[in-house]
Design a protein around this ligand. Structure first.
Ligand code: PRP
Ligand code: ZN
Ligand code: MG
Length: 225
């Protein structure tokens, strides 16, 4: 365990958001010594430690106070929130800022050779997804009786592997769908990256540090506009 007086920030280890997160920290003036295989990177110029983890773990780490801040897609945040609520556990984190990267859509998709389909096609089908809560809410809202198959990765190969008839996954450039011969349907949720904070954070030196970082963050965002 490293020194807990240091502000802990969770970011995605390898994936769509990793590069932009590292770039943002750099723009905020946080110097990091990022060695590929390290879970924790210590800042060399600020009392900050960066934890590189699976994006799905970030909301929980911040809510439980293991990390003070986290950068995560709203898609993951909404899913974890719905899951905890269903389990009867309150989910609370402070959303400090929406970030201007990581835009994606959570969308339905099915094998291209089937051609265009409407909602009724999904009746009785199996849909593979990493977002079972968001998908179930959508299916309920639309009155579709379909089952969800939970997969934490390689969702896009599920139809070809015979694990499901269709998928519900994140689409950014569309390259993954295209490479797997899938046709994109309805968007269920749109998402951007966002910055979240543990809501019980009381350590004054950490709060002061966050207060010096936030105006810089606003500056970076305005400079991009
Ligand atoms: C998502 C999704 C696809 C990819 C789609 O993964 O699962 O693999 O991005 O992007 P594209 O349309 O540009 O090809 P992501 O990296 O968000 O997270 P994961 O590693 O948790 O699946
Ligand atoms: Zn993930
Ligand atoms: Mg993926």
């Amino acid at each position: 365990m490293s020194n807990t007086n240091r502000l802990r920030i969770a970011i995605q280890k390898g994936g769509r958001l990793s590069k932009d997160c590292q770039e943002l920290l750099k723009q905020l003036g946080v110097k990091l010594n990022l060695r590929e295989q390290r879970l924790i990177a210590h800042s060399t110029n600020m009392p900050i430690d960066v934890l590189r983890v699976r994006d799905d773990d970030i909301p929980g780490l911040v809510m439980d106070g293991v990390c003070d801040l986290g950068i995560v897609g709203e898609n993951v945040l909404v899913e974890v929130q719905a899951e905890r609520e269903r389990q009867g556990v309150a989910f609370e984190v402070n959303k400090l800022s929406k970030l201007d990267f990581g835009y994606c859509r959570l969308a339905l998709a099915w094998p291209q050779e089937l051609g265009p389909q409407d909602k009724s096609w999904f009746e009785g089908k199996r849909i593979a997804t990493t977002y079972p809560e968001i998908l179930s809410q959508y299916l309920k809202r639309e009155g579709i009786n379909a089952s969800t198959v939970m997969l934490t990765g390689s969702v896009e190969v599920a139809p070809r592997a015979g694990l499901a008839d269709a998928i519900c996954d994140l689409v950014s450039t569309g390259a993954t769908l295209e490479a797997n011969g899938l046709m994109q349907g309805d968007t269920i949720l749109e998402s951007n990256a966002c910055l979240i904070q543990n809501k019980d954070l009381t350590d004054q030196s950490k709060l002061d540090l966050i207060n010096t970082l936030m105006p810089r963050l606003r500056g970076v965002r305005q400079a991009k506009e």
